[in-house]
Design a protein around this ligand. Structure first.
Ligand code: IPM
Ligand code: MG
Length: 356
């Protein structure tokens, strides 16, 4: 197969782990007889420096014209003082909205080899951690109006949180369909004791649940969910939640698996053209040090092969290669534990390549 992949190399240490991910993709292409055509797309700080805009329309268009998008991470201290509209993160939000990617899937699964790196007690880890956060990605407070009013010294700021029935229903369906292929349980997370958006969320999810009688459905308040993720993560199969709650809970869910540097994600809408990215940030402190963990991005590429290109065995091949490298005791600095060998970004990828 021939596929067009838009590549956003990102900021900070991101170009390093994206470069390593492309080496893995090239090895997979060679092994299985595919051709991947890469098109570089500027977004985030890189685009601000070159075009004064975190995602120029022409760059977004390149993504729309590709079969999928591989993204590193954007942002860094250099651009922190820019106003909201001009920040690197705005490019990411425009990419998600501009491509209609409302469904963000973030797996939290512990690699048994990394159990020691989890900050949770071994007795909790032993019960298993294997759930998916389905995060709504193009609505909520991220995309409502952001307003700052008033005179300097007495300003008032507002961020408006908006959800429509349709937006809740389509992400709810993704969650139920996902649960059907797994352990058949959906935990819908909201703040219905305070927010109207959450009360609508709950109502729509309850209506949907009737269409999926084979799937158990429970509600959980977001503050309680934050606690349950560390207290008893084994209870979760699929968590579905709105945009900002999903942002926060997915960082929490990643760290209990040992390292945020291991968690990939997919963002999809109505077509198979998706954006695949690690859930971690651009780690500017690690830039140029050959120290950042490339695995979350490499696993994101595996998700891309599986979900956008239907290349199941190719995706398995990457995941098994990562597994073999962990088995052999190789780690990066973020998830090291006793008796393991810590490698740099390039060297751990070299090890992964040996198994492709
Ligand atoms: C994420 C990130 C982004 C988000 C930021 C960079 C805008 O934290 O993908 O989780 O909040 O969605
Ligand atoms: Mg986040």
């Amino acid at each position: 197969m021939e596929k067009k992949v838009a590549v956003i190399r990102g900021d900070g240490s991101s170009p390093e782990f994206v470069r390593e991910t492309l080496r893995v993709l090239d090895a997979v292409a060679k092994k299985y007889g595919h051709v991947f055509h890469y098109t570089d797309v500027a977004m985030g700080g890189d685009a601000i420096d070159r075009f004064g805009d975190p995602l120029p329309e022409a760059e977004l268009q390149k993504c729309r014209e590709s079969d999928s998008v591989l993204l590193g991470s954007v942002g860094g201290p250099k651009w922190d003082s820019l106003p909201g509209e001009k920040r690197p993160e705005k490019g990411l939000l425009r990419l998600r909205a501009g491509m209609g990617l409302y469904s963000n899937c973030r797996p939290a699964k512990i690699w048994p080899q990394l159990a020691d790196a989890s900050p949770l007690k071994p007795s909790i880890v032993a019960k298993g951690i294997d759930f998916i956060i389905v995060r709504e990605l193009t609505g909520g407070v991220y995309f409502g109006d952001h307003i700052t009013e008033g005179e300097e010294g007495s300003e008032v700021a507002k961020d408006i949180m908006v959800y429509s029935r349709g937006e809740i229903e389509r992400i709810g369906r993704i969650a139920f369909e996902t649960a059907r292929k797994r352990r058949k349980k959906v935990t819908s997370v909201d703040k219905a004791n305070v927010l109207d958006t959450s009360r609508l969320w709950r109502k729509v999810i309850h209506e949907l649940a009737k269409e999926y009688p084979d799937v158990e459905c429970e509600d959980m308040l977001v503050d309680n969910c934050a606690m349950q993720i560390v207290k008893n993560p084994a209870q979760f199969d699929v968590i579905v939640t709105e945009n900002m709650f999903g942002d926060i809970l997915s960082d929490e869910a990643s760290i209990i698996t040992g390292s945020i540097g291991m968690i990939p994600s997919s963002s999809l809408g109505e077509t198979t053209v998706g954006v695949y990215e690690p859930i971690h940030g651009s780690a500017p402190d690690l830039a140029g040090k050959n120290a950042v963990n490339p695995v979350a991005c490499i696993l994101s590429a595996a998700m891309m092969l599986r979900y956008s290109f239907s290349m199941e065995k190719e995706a398995d091949c990457i995941e098994q290669a990562v597994n073999a490298v962990l088995d052999a005791g190789f780690r990066t600095a973020d998830n090291k534990s006793e008796g393991c060998t810590v490698l740099g970004t390039v060297e751990i990828t070299d090890e992964i390549l040996k198994h492709i």
